[in-house]
Design a protein around this ligand. Structure first.
Ligand code: HEC
Length: 140
């Protein structure tokens, strides 16, 4: 094999290898959440959780959480220390408002997002379902 064909072969291997690499990291990309089964909420963002205690919301929220939040906030909503433990966010309306604002707008520090904004990716139905799931996880 000449140097050129070797380089070509390597390049090809990288190209062919790429899709599987992308797939391996696929769960890091934000995932839309199917909220079928929950009352639709319209466009106005609520400031308190309309699904509090709703069993369907807990189930849908578990999915949404695991796909979009667990990699930073920890499996089963138990923080591994990399990002705040979401079970510690205050209960009730002030905690609710803080929660949805943070999720829609993300969190920036020194011009860098420490948490990406989920506006346009997750519906408010999905975000409230996630809040409901987190609030119903045992606090150890
Ligand atoms: C890339 C990592 C990352 C992902 C993904 C992520 N977060 Fe965060 N989140 C953070 C970090 C880091 C902070 C702390 C930001 C700060 O205070 O500077 C944070 C803060 C928060 C806060 C405020 C918590 C508090 O105690 O004040 C909420 C609420 C929150 N995240 C919810 C979520 C939800 C819900 C999801 C999934 C839809 C999510 N986050 C996805 C990294 C992430």
């Amino acid at each position: 094999m000449t140097k050129t064909t070797l380089a070509l072969a390597c390049g090809l291997a990288v190209l062919v290898g790429l899709p599987s690499l992308v797939r391996a990291h696929g769960d890091a990309a934000p995932q839309p959440v199917d909220t079928t089964g929950l009352d639709p909420l319209g466009d106005d963002i609520r400031t308190s959780n309309p699904y509090e205690g709703n069993k369907v919301a807990i189930r849908i929220g578990a999915n949404g959480y695991n796909q979009n939040c667990a990699r930073c906030h920890g499996l089963d909503a138990k923080s591994g220390g990399m990002a705040p433990d979401l079970r510690e966010v205050e209960a009730g309306e002030s905690g609710d408002g803080w929660f949805i604002t943070r999720v829609l707008h993300g969190a920036k520090k020194d011009d860098r997002f420490r948490m990406p904004p989920f506006e346009g990716i997750l519906s408010q139905e999905a975000i409230w379902a996630i809040r409901t799931y987190v609030e119903n996880q045992p606090k150890d």
